[in-house]
Structure formats: structure tokens, C-alpha cells
Ligand binder design. Structure first.
Ligand code: ARG
Length: 591
């Protein structure tokens, strides 16, 4: 089924072509400026030039030749433009029918059918709490996954866990030295971070003592245990598959994933895979050989394997001690994903500070001829700051971690719910507070271009009347409450709604706006921009607010008008819930 706006634009194109006056190849339509009372325009310049006539003359001839019909309500020439307006009654019917028939599928497309896309997102590091960088990746990544699924693609979400690297020697060593954390969730991760830091400090103290002795010409002190040697030993043991090292590492992985899963559940995040960096370990020797043999990389004077491509700074693929790096595993990951999934795109949702890393990665994949059939895309995002613009940082002690962030959001949302809806039953209040709190955090990440920094400003995030998830959720709940009330008075569904009655300007504006969701979804995908959906949701809620203020629903002048308006309220709720779902935000029935 074609969406109403698609059908309208197809009818306009066909009507112009049917006049026989314009070469179909020259029919390009534009959206008129907001002050023009039309829905689609044909600028006649190119076609007029080809015919050797003045554009206003061609526009006038076409206007005379085209009869309104179907979704076309009026045709009018305005200087060099031919303006088309939708037929109010017929387009109202088309929009309401489309949303009503498709329900939760309204806004979805089939254009991606048969194509696969890999999205690499979240990717926290093992034995660490998820900080704002991973939070943003998780939320933006899931929205991208949802949007591409709605476009019909088969999307494979992969959580590329940071579970490998030399620092794990230190992690294992610190656990051996100070014992395993006894808590769960974020607290356990915090304890792991603490013993890691403590181990590092002691290790530095040993190094400093050694240096001082050297400077003084004294005998080098010996330590038992020598912490650095110990960490290196564990790192090597892990790499060589030593069972004890492996077991502790696995314990860390499980602990981290269990803690992360609690947050993922609250956020509605689901991955298809979480291979993680360690998964690629066995492939790395082959990858290094291949980078050299393909000529993409070379052996540097110090024995390391490096690449220097496309005027980008030189980067390491294998250290001169034989060790591999983050980049080596990312090269292996691309190769694996290509052979395993044959995707048309691999999308990385990763902190903007890794921009150079991805440019280098994509460059070496091109140099190795792997980027011919796949688009490699990095979606960078900005940092998170306090309301007065201070960046959050672990060093400054103002870092925000995911679990505590969600807990705080829900506690604050609870206060809003208590204030606004004291009559709700206890368990519903709990559920609504969870939806509102989590929604506020998610929306804060999605309502603007990901490249921009976001601020953690609770007032704005939980505002019931601004550009916030709370406001959108309220708008949806308000629609549902009207429908409930109508049901209680026995009104809804009893009378066939006639959309032709929806001729009030506020009704028409709302309808035309609802009609745009399918285009917004497509645009959000093309631009990797969930904020396009967020903008659509926000304007929908506002148009609904205007309609609600100007057009009484339950107290409409006639039962027929009431039925028609109820139908509009119902499709508004559905479309808004669909938009919010794409962002990963739930829409409670009552608030
Ligand atoms: N674990 C990494 C970090 O925390 C992010 C990984 C992103 N994905 C990738 N394929 N490199 O910085």
C-alpha cells in the first residue's frame, strides 16, 4: 500500500505527464514554503526552458489543463509555480485509513527487504562501568537499529565488547591480589575499577622506587611480588589460554554483562550478538599477514607493522613486541562481518573522539579491497556536559554511570507522577515513573544531532510542556484518556466516523502532519538521524495541542463530528506511539 503522501505525489506527477506538455523526465516536485497554501509544487522553469516558453505561461497552461481528482483537491498557477493542494476530505480519509489499518506498522517501509545491515553499538569495556560514552552509543545505536528495521532491512546488532587487551593482565592481577568484588551490578564494577586503580598506584610506586634507586646509583630494589612483572605474566597467560587466567577473565566478562543486562532491559536494548574483541583473537595472525601481503601495511624500522594511507597519520597494526591492538581486532571484525553476514552497510555508533580511528580503519579496508560492496559508516557523537557546560569526567569526579543515571531519572519522574497523577494505583505509578524516567534519558540523547554535545538538565528533560519525552508521553496519554472517556460514555466505535467532516484548519494541519511520519522515517534512515523522528513527534504533539484547544472532541457540536474527531485522536495516539517506539521510548496509557 502506498502512503497518502506518496500517492498524492504520484497522482500529481501523473496529472502533469497526462497533459502531454511536459517531458516526464523534467517533472520534479518540491514542497512549497510554509506561507504558501499548497502541499506540493511543480517549479516550471526547466520544462519551460525546454519548450522555449516563459515559466509562468507554462504553469498557467498546465493549471488550465489539469482537473482536480483523487487526492488532488486544487491546482493553481502562482507565477512560475504550479501549486497542488490535497483534497481535504479525501486526504483525511486516506490518512486515517492508513494509520488505522497499519497500526504499529504505520510509518514502516519495505525498501530494505533482502538487505542486511550490521550496527556496532554500546560496546562497553569489561570490568568497567558504562559511562556516558557507552550510554550515548547504546541509545543512539538502538534507535538506528529500530529505524533501519522499520525500513525493512534485516539489522544485526553487535555489541563489540572491549574484552581484550593488555590491561586485562592488570585486572586479573588485581583480583588475585585483593580478591573478587562481593557486590553485583554497578557496585561490583565500581569495586573492580577501584582495585584496578589501587594496583596501578602500587605498581607506579614500585616503578618510582626503582627509578630513584637508579638515579642515586643505588642497587635496584626487588619487590615481592613485582607488580608489573605479575601483570605482564597474567596478560601473557591469558593470551596463551591459561585456564586459570581464562576463568578469572570469564568471570569478569559475565559480571560485566550481567550488570549491563539490567540496564539493557530497562532501555529495551536487544543485541543479536556480543562477540566482543576477544572473539577475533585467533584471526589476528592471518589479518596481519594479509595487511602486509596486500600492500596496505608495511613493516616499520622498529619492527612494528604499520599503515599510512590516504594522507592520514600512520597507525599501528602490530606492535614491535608482537602484540596486537584495538585496530587489529577491528580489521578482523570487518572481515568476519563481511563473510558472516554479507551486509550492505556496517554502521559504527561510537564516540566522536574515535573519528580518526575509524577513518584509518575504513582506509585500510579500502586498501585491502574489502570496501567495494559495503558502506562503512561511523556515526560520531558528542560529549555530555552539566547544565553549566562542564564536561563529565572520571577525573573531575562528576562522571555519570548508566545504572545510577537511570535510577535518578526514575526517582525524579516519580515525583512528577505524584504531582500530576496522584490518583493512579501504586503499581501503575511505578511503571509510569520507569517509562517517564527512562524516556527522559533516552530522548535527551536523541532529540538533536548526535554530533552535538548534550547537557544533563533534569528540569528540561522532565518538563511536561517542552521538547521532552515527558511532554510527548503526556500528549499520547491525553489522547488515550479522551478515548477512554468516550468509551465510558458509550460513544466510541458506535458511530462510523466520517473523515470528510475534519475540515477545521487545526484538524487538517494535524492530519497532514501525521501523514509525514513515513517520510520522516525514511529521512531519519538516510541521514542516520533519529532526531528527524524526534522532531516529527514534537511537532505532532504540538499540532495535537492546537487541535485539542480549538476543537472540542467529547463535546463536539454533533455526534458525527465527535465520532470523526475521536477517530483523529485515535490515529494521533497510534502514530505518536509508533514514533516514540522507533526512538525506544514507551508510551504509557495513563499518566
Ligand atoms: N569498547 C570501545 C570503547 O569503549 C568501543 C568499541 C566500538 N566499536 C568498534 N568496533 N571499535 O572505546
Amino acid at each position: 500500500m502506498d502512503y497518502p503522501l506518496t500517492q498524492f505525489s504520484a497522482e500529481v506527477t501523473a496529472a502533469i505527464a497526462a497533459t502531454g506538455k511536459v517531458d516526464p523526465a523534467l517533472i520534479e516536485l518540491t514542497t512549497p514554503r510554509a506561507n504558501i497554501p499548497a502541499d506540493l509544487a511543480f517549479p516550471a522553469f526547466k520544462a519551460a526552458k525546454a519548450l522555449g516558453v516563459a515559466p509562468p505561461q507554462l504553469a498557467a497552461e498546465l493549471a488550465a489543463a489539469i482537473m482536480p481528482g483523487g487526492l488532488i483537491g486544487a491546482v493553481e498557477a502562482a507565477g512560475p509555480f504550479l501549486n497542488f493542494s490535497m483534497h481535504p476530505a479525501r486526504s483525511a480519509a486516506a490518512v486515517i485509513t492508513a494509520i488505522h489499518t497499519l497500526g504499529p506498522q504505520y510509518g514502516h517501509h519495505g525498501e530494505g527487504n533482502g538487505q542486511r545491515i550490521v550496527v556496532d553499538y554500546s560496546a562497553p569495556n569489561i570490568a568497567r562501568r558504562m559511562h556516558v560514552g557507552h550510554i550515548r552509543s547504546t541509545i543512539i545505536g538502538q534507535a538506528i537499529v529500530n529505524i533501519y528495521r522499520a525500513l525493512g532491512y534485516q539489522v544485526i546488532g553487535d555489541n563489540h565488547l572491549g574484552d581484550w587487551g593488555t590491561q586485562f593482565g592488570t585486572v586479573i592481577s588485581s583480583i588475585q591480589r585483593y580478591g573478587k568484588p562481593d557486590a553485583g551490578g554497578e557496585t561490583a564494577m565500581e569495586q573492580l575499577e577501584a582495585i584496578y586503580a589501587r594496583y596501578n598506584n602500587e605498581m607506579k610506586a614500585q616503578a618510582a622506587a626503582r627509578e630513584q634507586a637508579n638515579a642515586e646509583g643505588a642497587a635496584e630494589p626487588t619487590f615481592d611480588p613485582d607488580l608489573e612483572a605479575e601483570a605482564r605474566r597474567w596478560s601473557l597467560a591469558l593470551e596463551q589460554g591459561d585456564p586459570e587466567a581464562r576463568a578469572i577473565w570469564q568471570w569478569c566478562v559475565d559480571l560485566t554483562l550481567t550488570a549491563a543486562q539490567r540496564n539493557y532491559n530497562r532501555l529495551g536494548i536487544r543485541f543479536d550478538h556480543a562477540y566482543g574483541e576477544s572473539f577475533y583473537e585467533a584471526l589476528l595472525p592471518g589479518v596481519i599477514t594479509e595487511t602486509l601481503e596486500s600492500g596496505a601495511a608495511f613493516r616499520d624500522a622498529d619492527g612494528s607493522v604499520v599503515a599510512e594511507l590516504e594522507k592520514l597519520p600512520k597507525f599501528i597494526i602490530q606492535r614491535n613486541d608482537g602484540g596486537t591492538v584495538y585496530m587489529t581486532r577491528d580489521i578482523a571484525t570487518v572481515k568476519f562481518r563481511l563473510s558472516e553476514f554479507d551486509p550492505t552497510q556496517i554502521i559504527y555508533v561510537v564516540d566522536g573522539r574515535q573519528e580518526l580511528h575509524f577513518r584509518q580503519l575504513f582506509a585500510i579496508m579500502r586498501a585491502m579491497n574489502y570496501a567495494e560492496t559495503v558502506a562503512l559508516v561511523h556515526i560520531p557523537f558528542g560529549i555530555v556536559t552539566t547544565p553549566d557546560g562542564q564536561p563529565l569526567s572520571t577525573r573531575k569526579g562528576n562522571m555519570v554511570y548508566l545504572e545510577s543515571l537511570l535510577d535518578e531519572a526514575v526517582a525524579r519522574a516519580r515525583a512528577v507522577v505524584e504531582r500530576k497523577s496522584p490518583e493512579l494505583p501504586e503499581d501503575e505509578k511505578t511503571a509510569v515513573a520507569e517509562a517517564v524516567g527512562v524516556g527522559a534519558v533516552v530522548y535527551n540523547d536523541l532529540y538533536q544531532d548526535p554530533k552535538r554535545n548534550i547537557t544533563m538538565d533534569w528540569e528540561r528533560m522532565l518538563a511536561t510542556d517542552g521538547n521532552s519525552a515527558t511532554y510527548l508521553q503526556y500528549s499520547h496519554a491525553r489522547c488515550r484518556s479522551i478515548l477512554r472517556k468516550a468509551g465510558e460514555d458509550g460513544g466510541v466505535g458506535q458511530r462510523m466516523a466520517d473523515p470528510a467532516l475534519l475540515t477545521h484548519p487545526a484538524e487538517q494541519k494535524l492530519l497532514k502532519h501525521l501523514a509525514r511520519l513515513p517520510d520522516a522515517v525514511r529521512e531519519a534512515g538516510e541521514r542516520y538521524a533519529p532526531f528527524v523522528i524526534a522532531d516529527w513527534c514534537y511537532s505532532s504533539a504540538r499540532e495535537f495541542g492546537v487541535f485539542f484547544e480549538q476543537c472540542p472532541v467529547l463535546k463536539a457540536d454533533t455526534p458525527d463530528l465527535r465520532a470523526a474527531r475521536l477517530a483523529l485522536v485515535e490515529v494521533t495516539a497510534q502514530a505518536l506511539a509508533n514514533g516514540l517506539a522507533l526512538l525506544g521510548i514507551t508510551a504509557p496509557e495513563r499518566m
